[in-house]
Design a protein. Structure first.
Length: 184
């Protein structure tokens, strides 16, 4: 009986060690890293575009501005949020991640923040259509940009938690040409 318990315990330890070793292999999370990096990159782009639109709106009316510039920034915000959501959807579709309730909850929370930012983006787009660029700052556009920026910032906090949970919180730079890949 004692021998049987020891063998079972040893089997569990070997299985756990094997699983742990596989998890640390660089190829194991390569797809996750790529999707995580894509989601982060697009999210940061959208937040940067919201900040840019905020300051663009404050250019004095003595300076020439174009509605096309504002439309392009709004389109950039929408595209960044959509691309980030696509990467998150692919990540969530992975069977291993789909079984992780905490990861799924974080992805849902991130997408909820993105949806709110996307909704506010639509309001900013409407305000840009109605507002003449030379009329000076528009409070609605400023408020929308602020709301978008803060919603995306909340999503970024959840994204950091998600990447840490998936053990891909550090997205390494590619090695220099001819250099060996970094060991974990």
């Amino acid at each position: 009986m004692k021998t049987l318990k020891m063998m079972i315990g040893l089997g569990v330890m070997v299985s756990a060690a094997t699983a742990w070793a596989q998890q640390d292999q660089p190829y194991f999370h390569a797809g996750w890293k790529m999707l995580g990096a894509k989601a982060v990159l697009e999210q940061n782009h959208a937040q940067g575009q919201a900040q840019q639109l905020y300051y663009y709106n404050q250019i004095p009316k003595t300076e020439p501005k174009s509605k096309d510039d504002a439309k392009a920034m709004v389109a950039g915000i929408k595209q960044g949020l959509s691309e980030s959501d696509k990467a998150l959807d692919k990540l969530k579709a992975d069977p291993e991640i789909a079984r992780n309730k905490e990861a799924v909850a974080l992805i849902d929370s991130i997408k909820k923040h993105h949806a709110k930012a996307h909704e506010v983006c639509g309001m900013a787009e409407e305000a840009c259509e109605k507002h003449h660029p030379d009329a000076g700052p528009n409070e609605t556009i400023q408020d929308c940009c602020s709301d978008m920026w803060h919603e995306i910032d909340a999503a970024k906090a959840d994204m950091a938690k998600l990447l840490k949970l998936l053990k891909i919180d550090k997205l390494e730079a590619p090695p220099k040409k001819g250099a060996a890949p970094a060991k974990k």
